[in-house]
Design a protein around this ligand. Sequence first.
Ligand code: TYD
Ligand code: MG
Length: 463
Amino acid sequence: MPKKNVSVFFCQECGNETSKWAGKCPACGAWNSLVEEIVDKASVKQRAKVSDVKPTKIIDVATSNEARISTNIDEFDRVLGGGIVPGSMVLVGGDPGIGKSTLLLQTCRQLCLAGVNVLYVSGEESLQQIKIRADRIGNFNDKLDLLCETNLDTIKAVVEREKPTVLIIDSIQTMYNEAVGSAPGSVSQVRESTSVLMEISKVQGIATFIVGHVTKEGTVAGPRVLEHMVDTVLYFEGDRHASYRILRGVKNRFGSTNEIGVFEMRDTGLEEVRNPSSVMLDGRPENATGSIVTCSVEGTRPILVEIQSLVSKTAFEIPRRMATGCDYNRVNLLVAVLERMRDAKANKSCGIFLGRSDIYVNIAGGIRINEPAIDLAIAMAIYSSEKDISIDAKTLIFGEIGLSGEVRSVSMAEQRVNEAKKLGFEKVIIPFANEASVANIKGIEVVGVANVKEAVDALTRKN
Ligand code: TYD
Ligand code: MG
């Protein structure tokens, strides 16, 4: 029988595969995201004989304490979980222009200076362009090889010949595999290219970094479809107009996720930010209303951030609510809680009326935080702006707020309080339930609060 090519449909959003076209992806519900692609059925690999396959007992599996290669960039090492694991595959995603190529070229520089053989394959830039960037970053040595190529067969041949320790593919969307008929950047190209690279990487033990652009439109396959294939997924994010960049681990088979690395884009490349708390608080207005400092934990790392809020009388029929850096729906929820605030002792309602006010909430410094531990600070910032009272600049507050206005405990309270103390804060307002866990920290006043009303009292009380 002649081998038959069949066509299947891929969702460009989630990578789901179906045999029929539909207007809406049956898996993720995205509209108009299915694209047709031809799949070569003959490429199914020969299976091993079933009788040869046996499971292995877990206690018999030998583990080698895999030696990691340090990138000599602490922020990057931390996000990777302590350095590069040989044979691993890391996807670095992010918007175009955010600095992915710069970060990887800097990593190449550190690696080559440490004597590691690196091959940097670029499908986007010419050798001259890479060299111009390299000149801004610093000196290099002969351990780094560059290759401008998009054909995967050629790349595979070069990698097999050169045997680098670390391979960089910039970017996966430009790579082209002849065996797959579709255009570079399409879902099946990106998937096939990744699996080819994966095979090279696993068989030869080469640590591979692949760059993937994130696009919303879906004309180019986003790296989301690759997330389940690779070992580690890192996202490089930040406001392109601000100079701070955050490298965030969202999946890591060799370390903890949600670690972040903070960088600043300078004219000589990316600079590590070793103390993000002081950077995030830089330029904070003292004694301004609607400004309050909280502590968020990203991975294992506490970071102090300033939450700003502005409440003003609305000029519209429906008041505007805006949230930058935090969840919009969460802000709406906190506004509702503030309106229903109750005084438990007096047993009466003492909420503030916000129904005719525009409310803007912003996290300064361009960082995005999704942690509920910043709830209390958001609520207090709104309260402070509405009531026009300024909050003591040496006070920090954190805690999660529940729907009935209770302040719930958060994880890692001790680290948060310690970070506050380190940066010179004199008073922290924390969930009552966390008070015991920080009892042994001296040199900072700790106030435990059980609900929003108590938090307001603790903040506005004059000592
Ligand atoms: P780039 O690494 O090319 O982004 P990506 O690969 O994610 O698309 O970097 C993009 C931006 O960084 C570009 O606008 C220029 C800027 N940049 C600096 O500000 N300083 C530098 O030293 C370098 C190399 C780049
Ligand atoms: Mg680039």
